[in-house]
Design a protein around this ligand. Structure first.
Ligand SMILES: *[C@@H]1O[C@H](CO)[C@@H](O)[C@H](O)[C@H]1NC(C)=O
Ligand SMILES: *[C@@H]1O[C@H](CO)[C@@H](O)[C@H](O)[C@H]1NC(C)=O
Ligand SMILES: *[C@@H]1O[C@H](CO)[C@@H](O)[C@H](O)[C@H]1NC(C)=O
Ligand SMILES: *[C@@H]1O[C@H](CO)[C@@H](O)[C@H](O)[C@H]1NC(C)=O
Ligand SMILES: *[C@@H]1O[C@H](CO)[C@@H](O)[C@H](O)[C@H]1NC(C)=O
Ligand SMILES: *[C@@H]1O[C@H](CO)[C@@H](O)[C@H](O)[C@H]1NC(C)=O
Ligand SMILES: *[C@@H]1O[C@H](CO)[C@@H](O)[C@H](O)[C@H]1NC(C)=O
Ligand SMILES: *[C@@H]1O[C@H](CO)[C@@H](O)[C@H](O)[C@H]1NC(C)=O
Length: 833
């Protein structure tokens, strides 16, 4: 289309000087026509209709928009101005040709002008500013607001395709943005960082500058607009409520509302799950987050609960982090006091003085301790008999300690008193029964049947618990009371409590037992002095005398014990290269009976060590080799010199430290070959290995031996620490096996060097790029008879190789991933067979 400036345009139309401008076919006879015109761009000529006699002029009607017209005489169709796609996208016009008299010759023909959009409208945001609210800890990527812009350009073209982005974000305290925008929808959401860091206490207001670009944001020529978005950060609603206190044994109608949680997100599903393993969790949550206790709780059964509340979306995904809810069950006084024993029996000696403490009435209360709910008080309710008078006893109100009031008791007045003790907490009361037994005074001492039990002899290995003696004393006081019960104790001669004496309370017989192992070597003889006493004190004028003690001698017999190693295991670390006859360590055992000890080794299968039988010194006996065995475990034996059957063993472990004593080698897992004919510059990887520890071979150097032809024919270049490339240098190689001398060095200290002859085949290759079977070819062609023989032989060889390959592969598969070349070889061989 030809565009002209206004003046030229007018001249052109007026003079009707119409040419076939720039070779465009812009003229033709009157017919239906469609034109495509870009919007804007000013006045222009679209077409010229040629007059066909008798027509002498044209006439146009329709949607001219005031600027589209035809020059009647010349037939030039023009636009006197700019069309606007956004105003009208299609103009429908009709054109007729007229004769001299003004009557229609042809037509009307329809002329349609399609206006094409150009990107002439910047996008515009719907609002001058946007305001949004986001909650702390909102889910990343969950939109909390939208911005929206429109563009008046053709929505079917990129001119109106909008892309949103965040240009700035004030303030921006972290490396990553706290907000993100969906470039297509304008949805603004917290970023991952934002979800984590947004905190109204730190920064409550953010200003984002959001920009929108048309042309889908893909070109720098796109129109851009921007808008401020003010975001207020609000505190998270999703917070654990403070600790919830619930009174136990509540009489309210359950379930009872005890708390509430709010999610930051609408339409979430609340749920509850236990943290502790419980038979059932007595809590529930409603669909709007109210937490209920479902039944009365019992503090005495469980006094605290912890559980989680969670929110899920309708797909079951967690929306917020689980919150921990703590519940404390508060005590109420709902437990009565309980007597510790159904009947408390207290013995009182006749001579017990008034005011003496004679015992305690024990009671408990399950309500919370150290609260008034479990505070107990004691009171004597009744005394039976009330003879010789009432109130013989007194109880301390707050402790339950029972005392005699004013006088001693007399057995002949009453041998027993029954008391009812009232125990109360602030609400409940319980009666505890107490029986007071009046007992004879302890005025008799235990008298031993013998003042000396002589002696026993026993082996030192006698087991603990063995009864070695029974003893007997008698006491004349009232039977079955603390005045007549006898306690036997070793008074002298047993500092370490090697013996213990138990009493049969029915018969007062004493059993002397071994309490700890005897040992002849530390204590061969015990001279024991045993006393007999009563648990009740003696009356003042009576005392234990020598009749309450006895003697007893224990003789320990020695048992021959094997030698003892003071350590459970003997370990040493040595370098694998230490010379023969080096002292490795010294082991030492002793014999409890002081016999001399002889040493020997067991399990020294490699004959690496020897031991001096007398001193226990262990020496190397032959060269060690870490590569054969890194941790060498044997046993050292200690036996008595005079009784070799008495022996003990201890493990001896030698840890060998590596030294660089193995030269590097070329790994020969895979043959090295090049396909014939060689063109020069091909390369293949070769690998070096070393039996020493990683430390020494972690780096190898590869070089070619300085020999005739080697360096002319081959080239070696480092690939990595363990591998190098080998390349033929030229193309003149024969089809045969070459020896390539390669020098390898490891990086040990000192480094070891090795010269190896690498066999490199130059062979005819299969399509899969592996060698055909390596058979030394005959130099001349075989006769047909020989050929069949050779063929059979070849088939046999193939069979053998196949079998070999399969075995090899099986084996390989077990250890490591099969090398891909194996598979290729197999395919190749299958093809041949
Ligand atoms: C084109 O428009 C201008 C003013 O808008 C007017 O002066 C002129 O006459 C018009 N020319 C034609 C050929 O209609
Ligand atoms: C808009 O976002 C999508 C998905 O996040 C992305 O693949 C695309 O490259 C973005 N477009 C622009 C213009 O940034
Ligand atoms: C609850 O209290 C009542 C008296 O108020 C009491 O009888 C009941 O034993 C109490 N229940 C528990 C479980 O403590
Ligand atoms: C439950 O109790 C909480 C306060 O603990 C209150 O906010 C909530 O409105 C109550 N819910 C109902 C249903 O009464
Ligand atoms: C009896 O022997 C034990 C243990 O040696 C000692 O504590 C106690 O005082 C002795 N009793 C008498 C009365 O000697
Ligand atoms: C008592 O124990 C000590 C320390 O274990 C020990 O040295 C001593 O030999 C022991 N005495 C007896 C008689 O067993
Ligand atoms: C010890 O005392 C009792 C009486 O209490 C007496 O029969 C006995 O003879 C006394 N023994 C000695 C050795 O004095
Ligand atoms: C050297 O390269 C080979 C082949 O890629 C690889 O198997 C080997 O692990 C590499 N060695 C080291 C030390 O990186």
């Amino acid at each position: 289309m030809l565009k002209l400036c206004g003046l030229q345009f007018l001249l052109l139309i007026q003079s009707a000087m119409w040419l076939n401008l720039e070779g465009l076919r812009v003229s033709g006879p009157l017919k239906d026509m469609d034109f495509f015109v870009q919007e804007g761009g000013g006045p222009r000529i679209l077409h010229q209709f040629t007059l066909e006699p008798p027509a002498v002029s044209f006439r146009m009607s329709g949607e001219k928009a005031g600027i589209i017209d035809i020059e009647p005489r010349t037939g030039i169709l023009y636009i006197n101005g700019s069309l606007d796609w956004e105003t009208k996208q299609v103009h429908k016009l009709q054109v007729e040709s007229l004769d001299e008299s003004g009557s229609k010759v042809k037509g009307p023909y329809s002329v349609t002008i399609h206006v094409e959009d150009i990107n002439d409208n910047p996008p515009e945001f719907d609002q001058k500013r946007y305001f949004g609210i986001v909650r702390q800890n909102s889910r990343p990527g969950k939109p909390f607001m939208y911005v929206h812009a429109t563009d008046r350009d053709d929505p079917t073209t990129p001119h109106a395709q909008l892309s949103y982005s965040i240009l700035h974000h004030f303030p921006n305290p972290y490396k990553e943005m706290l907000f993100q925008i969906d470039n297509a929808t304008g949805a603004i959401s917290p970023s991952r960082t934002g979800s984590y860091y947004l905190d109204p206490q730190k920064q409550a207001i953010f200003t984002l500058v959001v920009s929108v670009k048309d042309m889908a944001g893909t070109t720098i020529n796109a129109f851009t607009s921007s808008v401020d978005v003010i975001i207020t950060v609000m505190e998270s609603l999703w917070k654990a409520p403070p600790i919830i206190h619930i009174k136990e044994n509540s009489t309210q109608v359950h379930p009872v509302n005890i708390s509430k949680v709010w999610s930051n997100e609408p339409d979430v599903i609340y749920d509850i799950f236990e943290k502790e393993k419980l038979p059932r969790l007595p809590f529930s949550i409603s669909k709007n987050g109210d937490i209920y206790v479902t039944e009365p709780l019992d503090r005495e059964e469980k006094d605290t609960y912890t559980f989680f509340v969670v929110t899920k979306d309708n797909t079951g995904e967690l929306v917020d982090k689980p919150l921990q809810i703590h519940v404390i069950v508060d005590d109420i006084n709902d437990n009565p006091p309980v007597c510790q024993k159904p009947l408390t029996i207290i013995e009182v000696q006749e001579n017990e003085m008034g005011g003496s403490n004679i015992g305690t009435v024990l009671a408990t209360d399950m309500d919370k301790e150290d609260t008034l709910n479990s505070r107990l008080r004691f009171q004597i309710q009744s005394q039976e008999p009330e003879f010789p008078e009432k109130n013989l006893f007194y109880i301390q109100k707050d402790t339950g300690i029972l005392q005699l009031t004013g006088r001693s008791l007399r057995k002949r007045e009453s041998a027993k008193y029954f008391l009812k003790v009232l125990v109360t907490d602030s609400k409940y009361e319980t009666i505890c029964d107490v029986e007071v037994h009046v007992i004879d005074i302890n005025d008799q001492i235990p008298i031993f049947e013998k003042s000396d039990y002589d002696s026993v002899t026993m082996a030192e290995n006698m087991p603990i618990g063995t009864v070695i003696l029974e003893i007997q004393a008698t006491d004349g006081d009232e039977p079955d009371t603390g005045s007549s019960l006898i306690i036997y104790q070793v008074k002298e001669g047993d500092p370490n409590n090697t013996f213990i004496i138990e009493t049969d309370s029915q018969t007062n017989r004493g059993f002397v037992k071994i309490n700890k192992a005897l040992d002849f070597e530390t204590m061969p003889v015990y001279n024991l002095v045993i006393n007999a006493t009563n648990p009740e004190p003696l009356v003042p004028h009576v005392q234990y005398n020598s009749s309450s003690t006895t003697k007893f001698k224990v003789v320990v017999r020695n048992v021959d014990e094997p030698p003892v190693f003071p350590h459970p295991v003997y370990k040493a670390e040595v370098s694998e290269d230490i010379p023969v006859n080096t002292l490795v360590m010294t082991v030492e055992a002793y014999d409890p009976e002081k016999d001399s000890v002889r040493y020997s080794l067991e399990g020294d299968v490699r004959k690496w060590l020897r031991i001096d039988p007398a001193t226990g010194q262990v020496y190397t006996n032959s060269p060690l080799d870490r590569e054969a065995e890194e941790i060498y475990s044997i046993e050292v034996v200690a036996s008595e010199k005079n009784n070799a059957a008495q022996k003990s063993k201890a493990p001896l472990i030698l840890h060998l430290l590596d030294v660089n004593d193995n030269p590097p080698e070329i790994a020969t897992d895979y043959p090295t070959f090049f396909c014939y004919p060689v063109s020069g510059g091909e390369k293949t990887l070769i690998q070096a290995t070393d039996a020493d520890k990683q430390y020494f071979y972690s780096k190898f150097t590869f070089s070619l031996a300085d020999e005739m032809n080697t360096r002319n024919n081959w080239e070696i270049s480092k690939f990595n620490a363990t591998h190098a490339y080998l390349s033929p240098k030229h193309a003149n190689f024969e089809e045969k096996v070459y020896d390539v001398p390669i020098v390898l060095n490891d990086n040990g200290n000192p480094a070891l060097q090795n010269k190896v002859n690498l066999k490199v085949s130059i062979c005819k290759c299969s399509s899969e790029n592996s060698c055909f079977i390596e058979i030394n070819r005959e130099h001349s062609w075989p006769t047909p008879g020989q050929a069949i023989g050779i063929l059979l032989a070849v088939l046999l060889v193939i069979g053998a190789i196949l079998a070999g390959v399969f075995c090899h592969m099986k084996h390989k598969e077990k250890n490591e991933k099969s090398h891909p070349k194996d598979a290729k070889d197999k395919a190749e061989l299958n093809r041949l067979a």
